[in-house]
Design a protein around this ligand. Structure first.
Ligand SMILES: [Zn+2]
Ligand SMILES: [Zn+2]
Length: 166
């Protein structure tokens, strides 16, 4: 049963837009590169009304349009579902269920928050890889992954990153 969040509930760990931005940054993908994935290079199998460009618009103008839409997604002025979200997962590794949960929480629906790292937004299906191994959950902070924990510890110690750190 879907209920509204009680007024005393803690806020969502992060907004859906913040989640998308963290995932895009973790992947090292610029907004422009993410937008290129939406370019209609061939006849799309599905209609894409969200991205439909006015007739005669060149690729650069379309990319600019899409960048503006992606910016709105990342600043929570817009939330999407369906095919647009699936296309985005092709360039930015994020988990649709985590995104949907954050959207629900953002809208005040009482669902369990997703299990994602508070720093980089990684989850079980989108673990960070370090020296060939996926990250795990920090033993001291269940909302932090070991990759970010190591990064924080290294930043605190002001040490350069080493390969054998684990
Ligand atoms: Zn992390
Ligand atoms: Zn991680």
């Amino acid at each position: 049963m879907i209920k509204a969040l009680p007024p005393t509930a803690l806020p969502a760990p992060m907004t859906p837009g913040t989640y998308l931005r963290k995932r895009r940054k973790a992947a090292g993908v610029s907004l422009e590169l993410a937008a290129v994935a939406f370019l209609p290079c061939s006849d799309p199998p599905f209609p894409r009304p969200t991205w439909r460009a006015a007739d005669g618009l060149g690729p650069v103008a379309i990319v600019r349009q899409i960048v503006s839409v992606l910016s709105k997604l990342e600043s929570d002025q817009l939330h999407v579902d369906g095919i647009a979200l699936m296309q985005l997962t092709g360039v930015v590794p994020f988990e649709r269920e985590a995104y949907d949960r954050l959207v629900a929480l953002h809208l005040g629906v009482d669902v369990a928050p997703p299990s994602i790292c508070r720093e980089c937004g990684c989850g079980v299906l989108t673990a960070c890889m370090h020296a060939g191994y996926p990250c795990a959950w920090s033993e001291t902070d269940p909302n932090l992954c070991t990759a970010c924990e190591r990064r924080e510890a290294q930043a605190a110690a002001d040490l350069p990153e080493t390969e054998n750190a684990s």
